[in-house]
Write a protein that binds this ligand. Sequence first.
Ligand code: NAP
Length: 299
Amino acid sequence: MVDYYSLGLIGYPLDHSLSPRIHLAALKALGFKGEYKLYPVPAEPNGLEVLENLLEQVRQGILHGLNVTIPHKKTVLPLLDKLAPVARTIGAANTISLKDDQLVGDNTDSPGFLADLNRLGWSVLKEDNLHALVLGAGGSARAVVYALARSGWYVTVAARRPEAAEELIRAVQFIVAKTKPSGGRDPVIAVQLDKDSLTNLDPMPRLIINATPLGMHPREQESPWPLDVPFPPEAAIYDLVYNPPETLLMKIAREGGLRTSNGLGMLIEQAALSFAIWTGRTAPRDEMLAAIKDYISPT
Ligand code: NAP
């Protein structure tokens, strides 16, 4: 039984992180005492050393759980004893806990994204059109593609660097092989993130996910989707960005009559899943969301 939960987040920069508010609200709602500290750790000059020190504190039971974000989601992997399958496949961990004296890395971004898609009722979109388009090929794109491919969606990954998209596809190949239908197209393919490719998507995606930082503060005036290319009709737009709560991409799509959501729900879901790993309790999602209600998205 833990009397006082010492939790925290490693990453850099962390100035705008909502995680402390979310997790403190969860602890409070369940009557737990505890804290959620920010550990701003730049990659250089001694990031690895600081990371090792914090992990040692988890091993010794001084810290009871850590979240990890950019730039350490990948670099933390070799320092852990065990990885959950999702973290191993994606090649990134965002949640660290101690189980049976072993440091375990998990990734709650992927199930968190899927849970939010379900909450929005957008999972059923796939019944008449199974095609999703993911913009970007970084860490969160991997989490999203993993979730979608496992759920039977066909996914097109659009990235500015084709080699990044190809690398992503190689990483999720194991999942793709399992879901690959006989005949037909490959479940996950890559295209260049440019005007020409997005104009000529065939088939048209029913779901478009922004997994780039374009649109996020301080890049509010940028959109990963070229603004002079019409959106696929009836597409739903999920933007992983949640600050600002409505990105330029979401605004243009909403004005065109499309459904949109920001990534706030995913943020809550991934936090709820991390919280459950650390405490063994179902996270109080309503209280967690209420703690950051100023950011609630128009959907
Ligand atoms: P990341 O690993 O750095 O990946 C970013 C991706 O965006 C890369 O593919 C990158 O391409 C691409 N990109 C960056 N600038 C671009 C540009 N100008 N044009 C085209 N592509 C560009 O970052 P991440 O962790 O995946 O995060 C991406 C976004 O998702 C961030 O805004 C983050 O806050 C958000 N996020 C939200 C949640 C949530 O819970 N809602 C969870 C995770 C992440 P290159 O590789 O070529 O640079």
